[in-house]
Write a protein that binds this ligand. Structure first.
Ligand code: 4NP
Length: 155
């Protein structure tokens, strides 16, 4: 059976598109049968492509997220997905208020001890791309660990 995973952040233009692209790549490279998507708790950027910095960083890592389009969470998602994963605690709280059950926090995986994935939308200054790189690295490690734990049945 194809397992279905939904990654969620606030705008669905910075963080969850990265998680979505990384999970798709892991799935493809390992012949895993996964259905992956991402969505936002807000509808602020519906229809937009991911933010330029996320596309740039993903491209550096050979992950193409440029064709993704932001969408908002729906009631149908609640029953459709086997796993839902929030980028931060506010996203998790908002998803639970919307009706999602068993929402995982991405920062509970790998070695991040429940940290929020920082929201790079608010990063400013000369080192913005370094910030996105750190966010990418956290998301990549956590998504990998999440998928491994899903595979070995410990989720
Ligand atoms: P994301 O980042 O939740 O990682 O996509 C954000 C994108 C947009 C906004 C906030 C966070 N916004 O305020 O429009």
């Amino acid at each position: 059976m194809k397992k279905k995973i939904l990654f969620v952040c606030l705008g669905n233009i910075c963080r969850s598109p990265l998680a979505h692209g990384i999970a798709e790549k892991i799935s493809l490279e390992n012949n895993f049968s996964l259905e992956v998507d991402s969505a936002g708790t807000s509808n602020w950027h519906v229809g937009e492509a991911p933010c330029d910095h996320s596309i740039t960083i993903a491209t550096r890592h050979d992950v193409d997220i440029s064709q993704q389009q932001s969408r908002t969470i729906t009631k149908k998602d609640i029953t459709h997905y086997d796993y839902v994963v929030a980028m931060d605690k506010q996203n998790k709280e908002d998803m639970e208020a919307f009706g999602f059950k068993n929402v995982h926090l991405l920062g509970d995986f790998a070695e991040y001890n429940g940290e929020d994935v920082p929201d790079p939308y608010f990063f400013t200054g000369a080192s913005v791309l370094d910030g996105f790189e750190k966010v990418y690295s956290m998301i990549q490690l956590c998504v990998k660990d999440f998928i491994i734990k899903g595979k070995n049945g410990s989720l």
